[in-house]
Write a protein that binds this ligand. Sequence first.
Ligand SMILES: [Zn+2]
Ligand SMILES: [Zn+2]
Length: 213
Amino acid sequence: MTASPATRTPGLRRFLTQRPPQPERCELCAVAVEAGHRHLVDTEKRALVCACAPCALLMEQPGAAAGRFRTVPARYLTDPGHRLDESAWEALQIPVGVAFLFRNAALDRLVALYPSPAGATESELEPATWTDVLGGSRLAELLEPDVEALLLRRTDGRFECHLVPIDICYELVGRMRLLWQGFDGGAEARAALDAFFADVARRVRPLGEVGHP
Ligand SMILES: [Zn+2]
Ligand SMILES: [Zn+2]
């Protein structure tokens, strides 16, 4: 697995380079949108676009816009029974304690994305690594390509595994890039990360409580 600059990689471009203009607008119908609005993935341009609630709902319908725009789901799930451990983390070769894993359907690639001083770092995962680390994982089975990510965190030998909307991944790595200082990110970046995980913890529902969607 090799890391490569974000600009040449199979993830999404939005949030990696510049902040969106203010005020934000729905990129389909141009109505102004509030903070906390939904996003769509433009699978042709591999970009995240802002959406108002009606456009996000419309694009959730099968066949909408011939499948080009896909609404990022709002669900947050966690798997308290995950089997992520030290050896799995080593197999991923992620140099920091947080990573997002997702599947790019058009390119048929598995991608690991993580924060770094330079912004998001993306690397392609070998299918065998994915299987070794996530084989049998219920969250990996539920994961929607392009629009959702598995969020992994390692703190003091403890591991967490959540399924989250993909837009929050890009928002986090963008924020981390702005705050990052020194070798390990510094106090401000760590505080931002803790706030991010506190928010995720408030939103997630454990798999056991969730029916089969
Ligand atoms: Zn709209
Ligand atoms: Zn937006």
